[in-house]
Design a protein around this ligand. Structure first.
Ligand code: IDP
Ligand code: MG
Length: 149
């Protein structure tokens, strides 16, 4: 089943939105397989956002993501990557769909509350970067067949 890596970024944590983000993903039907509340090292931040190195917002982005704790999570489900990106909304909160997390709680692209993997390949890559295998839990819910066809 597809896995995607999700972060509640420092602004989301500071603003007390960890529970809100988790509640939305749970309600959507996704299955939580890993979670940890943690500080982000400079090295981890630079690896995670390596693709953005050299862009004008890169230094600010690294500063932002290392500025306070984050809630790192892995969620699982059919089409989990697309579903979570949709629940989070477009990168720029003023372009995010109404009802999405970034729309409902954000105003600026540099304070957009969450991260979510943008492809199934990156879902795997980012999960491996942030979590050790033993930190992930394989389990199933009694409701599984009412959520997955
Ligand atoms: P994503 O988080 O929706 O995948 P990306 O384009 O991968 O968006 O950018 C990573 C993160 O970098 C964004 O979530 C946002 O926090 C930050 N970012 C992207 N573009 C800008 C910008 O123009 N100014 C400030 N921050 C930006
Ligand atoms: Mg991205």
């Amino acid at each position: 089943m597809e896995r995607t890596f999700v972060l509640v970024k420092p602004d989301g944590v500071q603003r007390g939105l960890v529970g809100e983000v988790i509640a939305r993903l749970e309600r959507r039907g996704l299955r939580l397989v890993g979670a940890k509340f943690m500080a982000v090292s400079q090295e981890l931040a630079e690896t995670h956002y390596g693709i953005h190195k050299g862009k004008p917002f890169y230094d600010g982005l690294i500063k932002y993501i290392t500025s306070a704790p984050v809630m790192a999570m892995v969620w699982e489900g059919n089409n989990a990557v697309a579903a979570v990106r949709q629940t989070m909304g477009a990168t720029n909160p003023t372009e995010a769909a109404p009802g999405s997390v970034r729309h409902d709680f954000g105003l600026e692209i540099g304070r957009n509350i969450t991260h979510a993997s943008d492809s199934p390949e990156n879902g795997i890559k980012e999960t491996e970067l942030w979590f050790k295998p033993e930190e992930l839990v394989e389990w199933s819910r009694a409701t599984e067949s009412w959520i997955f066809e």
